[in-house]
Write a protein that binds this ligand. Structure first.
Ligand code: PHB
Length: 393
């Protein structure tokens, strides 16, 4: 009797294990989110984390019958750490997606892991054009730096800017920013009198800004990665460039909504081309900004946040399309060609390149209700990455 009880007990445990094991594994879909939550690019990490949380708060944590679990890891903005974390998330945590990637080197280091593991990699921040070519499992919801750079180059010549000094951070997206602007600008008759490049780590802009003052261009075209704009603007004012009549133009990273308010009046009048402004006048964005601020007191959403928000949307919608199946190839296939309305405006994932197609707006820094905003006044619609478009020709 006792023996029979023990045996049936064991059988019940075994059956329970069989049922609970795979059922649990199937019912949870894990997303490994790797972001710089410490170090000089913390603002990118915080913005994206806040947006991912907001998306889940608004849309629930169950998709196609699966519970979504986000595992957040801090890479401190260091590529070796990103790669190690991506590997651990794939191998140990068995995530179905890796996402985040605050800077280009971090995305590039992780791409081979996505390829080997056949795990979709959603790039929510990094902006170098070539990133999507580094793995067939990458889709991007952020931007390419060249999208904004190119639009600025086209816009500048048509708006009386003839002589420019370019100043970019010396790494891949900075080079994209320099080239993306210079080519259309020169083709339309503009002159670049100097092309300056500043190191990524601990940048000191002062000596470069002095050279800009001496060169007396119509405009200083600047690209610095998100968060670094404060250092630049401080030195811009210290060197008196705000009173020199030299216009500040560039992709919008330098006047990022997260830090723009701290710049003071020196930033007024800066004209940039970019994918997102907290002042974007759509109903969808008004609701987004309000909900974001409510959930994160003291913060204002910037262009990095929408990369995170839309990245989660892409993950949710891909899972809906596969009926909850987590096969990596099927998920990437499901992402191709998907389009929706983002807080930034209409966006889609180019089915050929898996890169984002979006409007790029021309904006001017103005004071609205006592706060500084990038106020949009013109738009280039459905801009594809110009670097990949040029390669195709
Ligand atoms: C990048 O490293 O790709 C990057 C980071 C921040 C930006 C733009 C590009 O604002």
């Amino acid at each position: 009797m006792l023996r029979r009880q023990i045996i049936s007990g064991l059988a019940a445990v075994a059956a329970g294990a069989l049922l609970a094991g795979p059922a649990f594994a199937q019912d949870t879909v894990k997303v490994g989110l790797i972001l710089p939550m410490t170090g000089p690019f913390t603002s990118t990490g915080k913005q994206i984390e806040a947006a991912v949380k907001l998306y889940m708060q608004q849309n629930g944590d169950t998709v196609a019958g699966k519970k979504i679990e986000v595992i957040l890891k801090d890479d401190g903005g260091v590529a070796d750490a990103t790669k190690r974390l991506a590997q651990e998330l794939v191998v140990n945590d068995k995530v179905s997606f890796i996402a985040g990637f605050g800077l280009t080197p971090l995305a590039m280091a992780s791409a081979p892991i996505a390829t080997q593991a056949k795990v979709p990699m959603v790039v929510m921040a990094a902006g170098t054009s070539t990133i999507t070519e580094a793995s067939p499992f990458i889709a991007r919801t952020s931007f390419t730096t060249a999208q904004s750079a190119y639009v600025m180059g086209v816009w500048a010549t048509k708006n009386g800017i003839k002589k420019v000094v370019t100043l970019v951070t010396d790494y891949a997206p900075g080079i994209d920013a320099e080239k993306g602007f210079t080519e259309p600008f020169k083709n339309a008759g503009g002159t670049v009198v100097e092309s300056l490049r500043v190191p990524l780590q601990n940048p000191d802009f002062a000596p470069f800004l002095q050279r800009v003052r001496d060169a007396k261009p119509d405009a200083l075209y600047v690209f610095v990665p998100s968060g670094v704009g404060s250092v630049l603007m401080k030195q811009f004012v210290e060197r008196g460039l705000d009173k020199s009549g030299i216009k500040l133009i560039g992709p919008g990273d330098v006047v990022d909504d997260d830090i723009l308010n701290s710049f003071g009046d020196a930033a007024l009048g800066a004209i940039t081309a970019h994918l997102y402004s907290a002042a974007h006048p759509s109903e969808k964005n008004k609701a987004y900004v309000e909900a974001f601020k409510k959930a994160n007191p003291g913060m204002r959403p910037n262009f990095m946040s929408v990369g995170g928000y839309d990245g989660m949307h892409l993950i949710y919608e891909a899972l809906k399309k596969t009926g909850g199946a987590t096969d990596g190839a099927k998920l990437i296939e499901a992402m191709k060609g998907m389009g929706w309305e983002s807080p930034r405006g209409p966006i889609s994932i180019d089915p050929e390149t898996r890169d984002i197609v979006q409007n790029i707006y021309i904006r001017k820094v103005e004071k609205v209700d006592g706060e500084l905003y990038n106020v949009e006044f013109d738009a280039f619609e459905e801009v594809k990455d110009p670097v990949k478009a040029a390669k195709k020709k």
